[in-house]
Design a protein around this ligand. Structure first.
Ligand code: NOJ
Length: 572
């Protein structure tokens, strides 16, 4: 066993590789609330206007009272910061902007004292073009690092003309191929040209990247969030991708990504990675950034019936439905309960790459109430839950108004159609102590703090019993204390209702928690037949209601829900 540092608590497996299903029954990650921290924007401790690791340490008390089990820290490794850390130049250190390795170790120890695990972001699809491997690979075809990347001679054009080998486009705009005169070849990059793709058909790449993962596992991290994990492999024949018609915000043709995304070869890597991670004590976890077209595809990332790949590939189908539509949620939630061979869903509504759920689901008039409804859905469904910093206080998206203010390169090249991701990355709003909302003492923060910090901030919301923050805290406390919310099955109720989503979480001992969410702007009166969920028919007692009060009456459980109301109740 390679673990030099013992894992932080958790249920230890008696025998690594024993039956995964039995061993993981009580695993910490199954019920975890994982909180994503974008370190640049969470808390600045040294006044340079950029968040850092010591800043995260300062906020651990807050995270503990919120009730999170683990934090996922977006990349804090040395990086030229073209893609704000997703372009890594050294996988085994910390960028000076964020602190030192000693700061990281201290954060890990402090977090452990707060019963919070740390999950690191691991970028395996590509490195920075300033990584030592790529510098060597781009210098000469003879370099032993050349084969670490995806090179091709390209097509023959007119004399002196260099044409890429195929029509593949970068997700961030333009051809996915970049010509390098020193080797007279193109290299492939799914993202920015400063992020050359690694060649996962080279065994040395897998060995080196797994070694870097062990570097952090040995220090005691609880696992990894695997960035862009579906794009590790490309078609060896480099076939053109079929155009779907039309162009995207960057002006590139929209292609069907059948040769650059979700290739079956990736699953072999993931199985070996899981076996490696399972050799550590403490239930280390693999979380995947898995944007996939269907639940059937998602199931493959768990390893289907074998359960031998990722423990928690993110379900992006529920949280990114992007429409407050009962039938869509009912169908997608049912699918991820029924179609993944009993694996545990990980629901996500927000991250640092997408317009915040506040704006995607809000109707402009009831956003605060809708944010509570979304939080209820996220935190009372069966599975693990992911929160992104600021989501718990209802922080809105603040999109730059002028191109000269944009920091995210895709927002600069794509302006005005594509304004980039700065809007969801503005600093965390802590308090009203200064114009930087307590994020930094420096008036020049890397992204501006919007004026709404005066009312939308942690300090003010902690003091308001009806705030979005306190709603999250209550929900998290409830999901920790309720056997039904923790281990219960999830059974849909009142299934013909197109305005109200209702479900029961039924615990193995027979108790149930019932949830009803009115997704319409009108009051709705519903009746719930608990027997359809196999629950003994008894009165329901409100556990949480917003707006309050909401109660049931009569034998048929008649409940009237105000617009966008969220109601959680217990059967006796
Ligand atoms: C997904 C990350 O979340 C995003 O921020 C990044 O730009 C791409 N992967 C490339 O690493």
């Amino acid at each position: 066993m390679a673990a030099a540092v013992q894992a932080d608590t958790g249920v230890h497996r008696a025998q690594p590789h024993a039956s995964n299903a039995a061993a993981t029954q009580q695993a910490w990650w199954k019920h975890a609330v994982i909180y994503e921290i974008y370190p640049r924007s969470f808390q600045d401790s040294n006044g340079d206007g950029i968040g850092d690791l010591n800043g995260i340490a300062q906020r651990l008390d807050y995270l503990q009272t919120l009730g999170v089990d683990a934090i996922w820290i977006a990349p804090m490794y040395p990086s030229p910061q073209v893609d704000f850390g997703y372009d890594i130049s050294d996988y085994e250190s910390v960028d000076a902007q964020y602190g030192t390795l000693a700061d990281f170790d201290q954060l890990l120890a402090e977090a452990k004292r707060h019963n919070i695990r740390i999950i690191l972001d691991m970028v395996l699809n590509h490195t920075s073009d300033k990584h030592q491997w790529f510098l060597e690979a781009a210098r000469s075809r003879g370099s032993d690092k050349h084969g670490y990347y995806m090179w091709n001679d390209g097509k023959t054009g007119a004399p002196g003309e260099h044409l890429p080998p195929n029509n593949w486009v970068s997700l961030f705009g333009g051809s996915a191929w970049q010509y390098v005169p020193a080797v007279n070849q193109f290299y492939y990059h799914k993202f920015y040209k400063q992020q050359p793709d690694l060649n996962w058909r080279t065994a040395a790449v897998e060995n080196a990247m797994f070694a870097s993962m062990r570097f952090w596992l040995d220090r005691g991290v609880a696992g990894f969030r695997l960035d862009a994990i579906t794009t590790l492999f490309e078609d060896p024949q480099l076939r053109d991708e079929p155009p779907l018609g039309g162009t995207n915000a960057q002006g590139d043709p929209i292609l069907q990504e059948i040769y650059t995304n979700n290739l079956p070869e990736v699953h072999g890597v993931i199985r070996r990675m899981r076996a490696m991670v399972d050799r550590y004590p403490g239930e280390r976890v693999l979380v995947g950034e898995t944007y996939l077209p269907s639940t059937a595809e998602l199931d493959k990332w768990y390893g289907g019936a074998r359960h031998d790949e990722l423990q928690l590939p993110m379900d992006m189908l529920v949280g990114f439905a992007n429409k407050l539509d009962v039938n869509t949620f009912r169908q997608r939630l049912s699918e991820v309960q029924m179609q993944v061979h009993g694996s545990q869903p990980l629901l996500v509504f927000d991250n640092h790459d997408n317009v915040r759920s506040w704006d995607r689901y809000g109707d402009g008039a009831h956003n605060a109430q809708i944010a509570k409804l979304i939080a209820t859905l996220l935190l009372t469904s069966r599975g693990a839950a992911l929160l992104y910093q600021g989501e718990e206080i209802g922080q809105p998206t603040t999109i730059p108004r002028r191109v000269e203010d944009v920091r995210d390169p895709i927002g600069i090249t794509g302006w005005p159609k594509e304004k980039g991701r700065d809007g969801e990355r503005t600093p965390m709003q802590w308090d009203t102590s200064n114009a930087q909302a307590g994020f930094s003492t420096n008036p020049k923060t890397w992204l501006p703090v919007p004026n709404n910090y005066r009312t939308i901030n942690v300090q003010s919301e902690l003091a308001d019993p009806a705030s979005i923050l306190n709603w999250h805290r209550k929900l998290i406390a409830l999901r920790r204390s309720s056997a039904a919310l923790r281990d219960g099955s999830m059974v849909m109720l009142d299934q013909q209702n197109a305005d109200v989503l209702s479900y029961a979480r039924v615990s193995p001992s027979g108790g149930a928690t019932v949830v009803s969410l009115n997704m319409s702007a009108a009051p709705q009166t519903i009746s719930l037949d608990l027997k359809t969920a196999g629950v003994k028919d008894s009165a329901l007692t409100t556990l949480l209601a917003s707006p309050s009060p909401i109660s049931e009456s009569g034998p048929a459980h008649r409940i009237t829900l105000p617009p966008f109301a969220a109601w959680v109740a217990a059967s006796q």
